[in-house]
Write a protein that binds this ligand. Sequence first.
Ligand code: ZN
Length: 270
Amino acid sequence: MTSRRTRPAQLTAVVSVALVMLTAAALGGTATAQPRQSTPALDRPEPIYSEQVEAQTVLGVRRIGTSVDDRPIRAYHLGDRDAKTTAVVLGSMHGNEKAGITVVDALRDGKPITGVDLWVIPTMNPDGVAASTRGNSRGVDLNRNFRHSWAPLTGSYYSGTGPFSEPESRAFKRFVNRVDPKFIVSFHQPLYGVGKAGERRPFVRKLSRGLGLPIKAFNCTGECHGTMTSWFNANHTGTAVTVEFGSSPSRTYLRGKAAAGTLAAVGGGH
Ligand SMILES: [Zn+2]
């Protein structure tokens, strides 16, 4: 309508704008009183993860990036921001492996956390979670999109057009570079084990014991190119470990033993 050049149309446009402004002004009080999370992006019908947060446990929420399909990627700040140890727990990188989201939800919605400066990211691949696909909405396996030993891979391990070609892996990289955690726990399925991570064996052993999963050397199908953990371990002093649940762990286990075991392994408690 505003592109028309006739005088009546212009008048109509002006009146419309004025009306919109008046309406906006009238609604202003209500609009600003809304919590910040009530953005259109969050009002999508699919419940990707619980939005109920317990104020005492959650210190803050940060939108660390946006997916290809414009979904927010969020990090929740939990625990004690003055603690010496900072840790990041990633619930889901592959959208068809959702068990870790339940663990992250349990930590975020549970009792206040002490002893660790903890960030939890329910998923870095919200489009994949919404569609239950391994890759993001462009079919890229985000765990082959990091720079370390990146190689052009096709099929279900499609690694993208280049290292960090995807907004999701860039968002995670930016965030982790800023936070520089001592520990990263990255949840996957269904290989049932805790990945060997070279140094910091006590951390791996604690995770294994706490989660009741054996320590395993996960060999990528084909070769390991562009994985998040190898990128982090090559570029940071901290340690990133892959944790693989089985194909269908129980909710009781995930919210109970797995959440408590993860928290204890990164030095936290309640
Ligand atoms: Zn995976």
